[in-house]
Design a protein around this ligand. Structure first.
Ligand code: MG
Ligand code: MG
Length: 255
């Protein structure tokens, strides 16, 4: 069931989104060669708590996962696409790091992700990351009253395909509210003018993940959570939680 949000609910979602944005910015500036992923996770835990929020991902346990999610952030490096568990791995010069953060305030969630270069990275990594951010911007721009979910999917997919990148099978965006993941699903591939009509008060996370080389196949690692590309190609991931309003899309996880 798709639940439309009131203005008061959107204000609370914006507060959760603000804490997510602040946390992402701080984690991004702390991420450099030699830093361990677990240290970034600890930083995020402190920032979310000091903002009066709670982490959305920690102990999240969907039916398909063998264990509850053990981190505050999802930190996915290079060929890891999403859901990388923060552990003892040290970031290295040239890594491409995706940081995904969720937090909730008064029961309402914010969910956002960015991809950043660690130290100096090659041009191909920057191009991949830029295209993924561009796909997100196109998806957000399509999220207008009167359009449909398929218009968002098509906008995201068009940017990815035009740049020569693949999109992972079965991974995409979702509704956001009192649950971090609720209806509707927001696929990263689709056709215009199809799917749920977008109405005022719809709150969704749009989250393109783009893969170098144009592939789409992924695999789940032995930890039960990390999803990596099947062929080792690198991936990038950007995400915002947005509200569809009469005045156009409003990004709730903007800094
Ligand atoms: Mg996310
Ligand atoms: Mg999400």
């Amino acid at each position: 069931m798709v639940v439309l949000k009131s203005e008061a609910e959107i204000a609370t979602l914006r507060e959760a989104g603000r804490i997510v944005a602040t946390t992402l910015a701080a984690v991004a500036s702390a991420a450099r060669p030699g830093v361990r992923l677990i240290e970034l996770d600890e930083l995020a835990a402190e920032l979310i708590a000091s903002g009066g929020a709670k982490p959305s991902f920690l102990n999240y346990h969907p039916s398909w996962a063998p264990i509850p999610y053990p981190g505050v952030l999802c930190l996915s490096v290079n060929d890891d696409v999403v859901h990388g568990i923060p552990g003892q791995r040290e970031l290295a010069e040239g890594d491409l790091l995706s940081i995904d953060c969720g937090a909730y305030v008064d029961g309402y969630h914010g969910d956002s992700a960015i991809t950043i270069p660690i130290g100096r990275v090659d041009q191909a990594a920057l191009r991949l990351s830029d295209a993924t951010a561009e796909a997100l911007a196109a998806g957000i721009a399509a999220a207008r009253v009167g359009a449909r979910i398929g218009d968002i999917s098509y906008a995201v997919e068009s940017v990815a395909r035009a740049a020569g990148y693949g999109l992972p099978d079965g991974l995409g965006g979702h509704g956001v509210g009192t649950a971090m993941h609720e209806e509707p699903s927001v696929p990263n591939t689709g056709k215009p003018n199809q799917g749920l009509p977008l109405r005022e008060g719809l709150v969704i996370a749009i989250e393109p993940m783009l893969i170098e080389g144009g592939g789409s196949r992924c695999r789940t690692l032995a930890d039960g959570w990390t999803i990596a590309t099947a062929d080792g190609s690198r991936a990038a991931h950007f995400e915002h939680t947005i509200a569809v309003t009469a005045d156009g899309p409003v990004v709730l996880t903007a800094p």
